[in-house]
Write a protein that binds this ligand. Structure first.
Ligand SMILES: [Zn+2]
Length: 544
C-alpha cells in the first residue's frame, strides 16, 4: 500500500516542520521520502497533518480496568456501541470495553497507547485485553514499587535488582517500570496506614531505598523509557515537598513523573490544598532529566483506578459510594472508585486549575506532555476539550469564570497567564514528546523510517471540534478513519522491551517464589505465544 498525502499543513516537530505545506508519502507501513506516480492520493489541502497520537499514560487493560467495568453497569447502558460492518459491539462510558477503547482512540487520531500499571502477576490478563483492543499499538508498564521479593533483594543484595528487573520485564512482555507510592501500598495492605515520608520503614526498606535502587536499575539497564514514578502522598496537601524529595532521591537520573498535577499541592496535610504548580513548573524547567505527564482533571464523570490502594480508600470515604479494593499477593494493591469532578467544588476546581497552570507555565513541551491519567482525571475522550483550553484563551477564561472562585483565585491563572498553545506545541505534547520520552524512535514523527501512523484534521477555529473528529487516520499505512468514519480495524502491535539479565538471578528469585507466591516460579513467565507474538521489541541500551 503506497500513499501520498498532498497539500496539507504538516506539523512534525521532531523534524523541525511547523505548518509547512508539503507531501507525506507512505509505503509498506513506513514513512518514505517519495512515492511513485501510481500511489493512492489523499488530498489534504486545507487540512492539518500530524503523526498519530501517542498516549504515554492511560489505564485500558487488565484486572483493575475489568473490575471498573463490572462496577458501573449503568455506564454501559448509557453508552451502547452498536455493531457495524467494521466494528464489533461494545460499551463506552469512562471505562469502555476493549474493542470500543481501540475504536475510540483511533477515531480520536491516537495510534499508540501505554497501559500504565500492570501487576506482573496479571500480565496474561493485560496481554489478553491488549490483544483484544484493535488498531492501536500498545505497551504496558510493570508495577514494581511494592513487591516483597524485590524488597528482600533491595535489603540483602541491591546490586542484583537490575537483573531481577530485566527478568520481570522479559517474563511478562512489559515495556517499562512503574513505581506507585513506593512502599506505601504494602504498608497499607498490612493495616499500618500509608507512608508519609520517604524514610518510613516498610518490611525492612524505605520508599527512598526503593526509588534509588529500582530507579538506578532502570537507568543502568538503559531501558528506552526511564523509571515512571507515581510519587508518594498523592492528593495530600503539602505533597509538593514529597515530589521534590523524590526527584532529589533519583539524583539527576532520568525519571518520568506520572500525573504530576496530583502531586503539586501546597498547604498542610488534613487542610485545604493550595497550588504549588509554579514551584513544580520551575523545578521541571531547570531539570532537563525530568519529564512528566500532567494528569489533567476534567469536569464531569471519571473512574479513579490506581495501584495506590490507600488513596482509593480515602476517595471512597469522600464519595461514600461503591468501590473495589484488591490486593495482588506480594506485588501490589489496587482500588477503584467512580468519581465526578464538579466545577463548583473547591478541591476539584483547584485540581483542574493546577493542571492548566502546569501546562501554561511549562517551559518545555517536550517534557510536560498531555494526559488525563485516563480515566482517573477524565476520559481520553476529553482530550479535544483540553486542547481547546490550552489553545483558546477566551474559551479558557470563560471556563475559569464558571469554576469555584476561591480555588481559581488561589492559582496564577488570572495573573495575565494568557499563553495559547500553538498547533506545533499541541503536536509536541500529544505525539512527538510522548514518543521521545518513551524511547519509541519510530513513533511521533513523520521522517523517513517512521511508522506510517498519521492523523489528518480539518483546520477549524473550534479546536475542540477539530481534534475530536479527525478527517483521516492512518495506522501502519492503512486508512482506518476516512471522512470521520471508521473503515478498517486491524490489530495493533505489542511493544515490548528487550533487556538482558544474568541467568543466575533466576535461582535467587525461585527461592523467593517458593517462600512468597501462590504461583510456581516456572509457571509464572508468560509463554503463550498468542499473547506475546507478534510483538515489536525495543532494545535496551545499557551505558558502557
Ligand atoms: Zn495512572
Amino acid at each position: 500500500m503506497t500513499l501520498r498525502i498532498t497539500g496539507g499543513r504538516v506539523y512534525d516537530p521532531a523534524n523541525g516542520v511547523a505548518g509547512d505545506v508539503r507531501d507525506v508519502c507512505l509505503s509498506d507501513g513506513k514513512v518514505v521520502d517519495d512515492a511513485p506516480a501510481y500511489a493512492t492520493r489523499i488530498d489534504a489541502r486545507g487540512m492539518v497533518v500530524m503523526p498519530g497520537g501517542v498516549d504515554i499514560h492511560a489505564h485500558i487493560a487488565g484486572p483493575k480496568v475489568n473490575a471498573a467495568r463490572r462496577l458501573a453497569p449503568e455506564e454501559h447502558r448509557g453508552d451502547v456501541h452498536e455493531r457495524s460492518a467494521i466494528m464489533r459491539s461494545g460499551t463506552g462510558g469512562t471505562v469502555p470495553s476493549t474493542f470500543v477503547t481501540g475504536y475510540r482512540y483511533a477515531l480520536l487520531g491516537y495510534t499508540t497507547v501505554v497501559e500504565a500499571a500492570t501487576p506482573p502477576l496479571s500480565a496474561r490478563h493485560v496481554l489478553a485485553e491488549l490483544r483484544d483492543t484493535p488498531i492501536i499499538d500498545a505497551a504496558f508498564l510493570l508495577l514494581m514499587g511494592n513487591n516483597l521479593a524485590l524488597f528482600d533483594l533491595i535489603r540483602r543484595d541491591p546490586a542484583r535488582v537490575r537483573d531481577a528487573v530485566a527478568w520481570w520485564l522479559q517474563a511478562t512482555g512489559g515495556y517499562g517500570v512503574k513505581l506507585v507510592n513506593a512502599g506505601g501500598v504494602e504498608r497499607w495492605k498490612n493495616g499500618n496506614g500509608d507512608v508519609t515520608s520517604l524514610d518510613d520503614d516498610v518490611a525492612g526498606v524505605t520508599p527512598r531505598q526503593v526509588l534509588e535502587t529500582i530507579g538506578g536499575a532502570v537507568h543502568d539497564l538503559g531501558l528506552p523509557h526511564p523509571v515512571h514514578v507515581h510519587c508518594n502522598n498523592l492528593g495530600v496537601a503539602g505533597n509538593w515537598r514529597t515530589t521534590l524529595d523524590t526527584l532529589k532521591t533519583l539524583d539527576g537520573r532520568r525519571a518520568h513523573l506520572a500525573h504530576i498535577q496530583f502531586h503539586a499541592y501546597g498547604g498542610r496535610p488534613g487542610r485545604r490544598p493550595r497550588s504549588k504548580a509554579p514551584a513544580i513548573a520551575e523545578y521541571l524547567g531547570d531539570h532537563p532529566e525530568v519529564s512528566a505527564d500532567v494528569g489533567q482533571v476534567m469536569f464531569g464523570p471519571a473512574t479513579t483506578m490506581t495501584a495506590d490502594a490507600p488513596v482509593s480508600a480515602l476517595l471512597r470515604d469522600v464519595t461514600g459510594g461503591k468501590w473495589v479494593n484488591h490486593d495482588t499477593e506480594v506485588e501490589t494493591g489496587c482500588g477503584i472508585v467512580p468519581f465526578t469532578y464538579r466545577e463548583k467544588n473547591y478541591v476539584h476546581a483547584l485540581q483542574w486549575g493546577i493542571g492548566l497552570e502546569l501546562f501554561l507555565l511549562s517551559r518545555d513541551p517536550w517534557r510536560l506532555v498531555l494526559s488525563t491519567d485516563h480515566p482517573n482525571g477524565g476520559s481520553f475522550l476529553s482530550y479535544p476539550r483540553l486542547i481547546r483550553l490550552l489553545m483558546d484563551r477566551d474559551f479558557r477564561n470563560d471556563q475559569l469564570r464558571r469554576a469555584h472562585k476561591k480555588a481559581i483565585q488561589s492559582t496564577v491563572l488570572l495573573d495575565d497567564l494568557d499563553r495559547e498553545y500553538t498547533l506545533e506545541e499541541i503536536a509536541i505534547v500529544t505525539r512527538a514528546g510522548p514518543a521521545r520520552l518513551l524511547g519509541l524512535r519510530d513513533k511521533g514523527h513523520l521522517g523517513p523510517g517512521a511508522d506510517a501512523d498519521v492523523t489528518i484534521y480539518d483546520e477549524r477555529e473550534d479546536r475542540e471540534e477539530m481534534f475530536a473528529t479527525p478527517r483521516y487516520v492512518i495506522k501502519g499505512g492503512r486508512v482506518v478513519v476516512r471522512d470521520g468514519e471508521l473503515v478498517d480495524a486491524p490489530a495493533g502491535d505489542l511493544l515490548r522491551v528487550a533487556a538482558g539479565h544474568d541467568p543466575a538471578i533466576e535461582d535467587v528469585l525461585r527461592e523467593q517464589f517458593e517462600e512468597r507466591y501462590s504461583v510456581e516460579f516456572d509457571s509464572y513467565p508468560v509463554r503463550e505465544p498468542w499473547l506475546l507474538e507478534p510483538a515489536r521489541q525495543v532494545p535496551a541500551e545499557p551505558s558502557a
